[in-house]
Design a protein around this ligand. Structure first.
Ligand code: WQD
Length: 336
């Protein structure tokens, strides 16, 4: 049985990926520092799959602790989620973001190099494209100067991985996520934003739950059909399965080069107003929202050209926006 290290494995996308890995017969080891996740997610994963993953609470910024872990556990691959990910916060705390998102990546790659480990999957983001010149966005779209420190850590991260694979003979895949939403069908795991949600869907569900007074729609003067910004909202379970497909590709040596990257989205763009309407249908409740000015740094539109991922990963999304919103709403209603 192959053993896979999942860093950030108690987080939103990480926990859903652990479930899919275990369902596929992999042994999973989780590293998480619990800075943006809760330990009870481990129990929920176990309830879903019937198997408790091995868990180590480690801060990947501490090189000695990373080294000690790799001295004690033999693994066959790494899926690296652990990172700070709040776009706005990254602009206030750039050095924290570089230290964590880049520093921990370097320490992981150094351990892989020193132990001739292989098979690395990196959590990247469509943010690397900025506002793409043409839509849908394919993998040939140029990487533009990042508009946030968070986005820059993803761009730099990809470069570090590419150069490491080239120099040391490792094999890696970066998955460039669009906008993850939803929750597992068991409603035992889902998105747990700390504090005031930055992302659209948790803000919507907290507004519907009465936790927030109203949703601010950031701008209705974009050059889009209804004036609100367009994104590609992908169900987190579909996204988790893309990681499984990428891992299979590497373990079976199907990759065409030692560093590959794929856009992982549904291929469909939805505006903020589209999402609100779909949520109202999915939840059966009307949402309280007001139009506010644009949020600084936001782009007009982004949605994926999924051709390459569909073909090379033998993967495609199966769940709809409505299913994602319905699961997110059920998950919100379970929160105390
Ligand atoms: C989506 C749309 C907002 C909140 C970022 C990162 C990406 C990933 C997901 C980490 C935009 C609008 C939002 C609100 C709103 N990050 N909005 N009112 O900015 O597309 O992507 O988060 O994994 O890498 O770049 O996601 O959910 O913040 O915004 O109108 O209260 O919803 O303006 O158009 P975004 P988002």
């Amino acid at each position: 049985m192959k053993k896979i290290l999942v860093t950030g494995g108690l987080g939103f996308i990480g926990s859903h990926t652990v479930v899919e890995l275990q369902n596929a017969g992999y042994e999973v080891v989780i590293i998480d520092d619990l800075s943006n996740s809760k330990i009870d997610v481990l129990e929920k994963i176990t309830e879903i799959t019937g198997v408790q993953p091995d868990f180590h609470q480690i801060d990947l910024r501490i090189k000695e602790d990373v080294h000690r872990f790799f001295n004690s556990v033999a693994i066959d691959g790494i899926i690296h989620f652990a990172a700070f990910k709040a776009v706005g916060e990254s602009m206030q705390k750039p050095l924290d973001y570089y230290e964590n998102n880049i520093g921990s990546l370097v320490y992981l790659l150094q351990e892989m190099k020193n132990r001739a480990l292989d098979h690395f999957i990196f959590s990247s983001s469509c943010t690397v494209y900025g506002q793409a010149d043409s839509l849908p966005i394919n993998e040939n779209a140029p990487i533009k100067k990042a508009s946030s420190t968070y986005g820059n850590t993803k761009q730099i991260g990809e470069e570090i991985i590419a150069e490491s694979c080239n120099a040391y003979g490792m094999n890696a895949i970066a998955l460039r996520y669009f906008n993850p939403i939803g929750a597992h069908e068991s409603i035992k795991i889902g998105e747990l934003p700390l504090g005031v949600p930055q992302n659209l869907i948790p803000f919507i569900t907290q507004t519907a739950a009465g936790i927030r007074k109203e949703l601010s729609v950031f701008g209705n003067d974009y050059p889009t059909p209804d004036g609100t910004a367009i994104r590609d909202y992908i169900h987190v379970v579909d996204l988790a399965k893309a990681h499984l497909s990428a891992l299979t590709r590497l373990l079976h040596k199907k990759n065409n080069s030692n560093f590959e990257f794929f856009n992982v989205g549904t291929g469909t763009g939805s505006s903020v107003l589209d999402v609100i309407k779909a949520f109202e249908t999915a939840s059966g409740s009307s949402l309280n929202y007001v139009i506010k000015p644009r949020r600084e740094g936001d782009i007009t539109a982004a949605y994926a050209d999924t051709t390459l991922a569909n073909k090379e990963l033998n993967w495609k999304t199966e769940k709809s926006l409505e299913e994602g919103l319905s699961a997110a709403w059920k998950w919100q209603q379970k929160q105390s």
